[in-house]
Design a protein around this ligand. Sequence first.
Ligand code: SAM
Length: 213
Amino acid sequence: MRPEIKGPVATHQRRHFNKLVDVFDTPQPPDVMERLGEIVSAAELRRGDVVLDVGTGAGVLIPLIKSYHPSIILACDLAERMLQRVREKYPEVLTRHADITALTLDAASVDVIFMNAMYGNIADKPSACRNIARLLRPGGRLVVSHPEGRAFVDQLRVTTDLFIESLPTRGEFQALLKPLGLDVITYRDEPQLYLMVALRPRSTGQPYIAKRE
Ligand SMILES: C[S@@+](CC[C@H](N)C(=O)[O-])C[C@H]1O[C@@H](n2cnc3c(N)ncnc32)[C@H](O)[C@@H]1O
């Protein structure tokens, strides 16, 4: 994607998703809920973790995340109306109205980052992943997922004018994340579940942040 069209993509996404709060704030079918449970479980959340839900939408993951007793849940989204709904439903969640490429939390301040059903929507994935690598603590995990799988995303690509890219292969994720100090430890590309977990190892010698700053 050319740098000059990253901004308009975010503006379009913001407008689009601001209109869809009620659509996203509806109960999910039991099979989808089961797969969302699997997705959150894959992060191996520990009591007291700091968790960031990127592109939180109406907060479908929040009750599942809460059940692991994190110390802080942060929810980030481009669409402020989505965040308003999240605050109404979960006043304990801290919301950040931002593009993930520009989210300004402290470096190495987050244990687990979820990106559910939103990775394909990001125009500038290298910048998003650089920021995520910056935010993750040693031992931290990134979970990129879709509870309907790759084919669903590819179908959306032809039925909507929204910016959506196909979900990455394992090799594509490794090529993007390895230079940022993250290892792909789980990759499932199944008919109705896409799930990638990457780990920022505890002892990689020089930490990524130190290399970057
Ligand atoms: C398809 S919705 C998914 C919402 C939620 N994660 C779920 O599973 O229901 C995608 C969300 O990601 C947000 N989003 C898209 N690109 C983003 C970006 N670059 N940074 C932050 N949020 C973004 C959109 O505004 C939208 O609310």
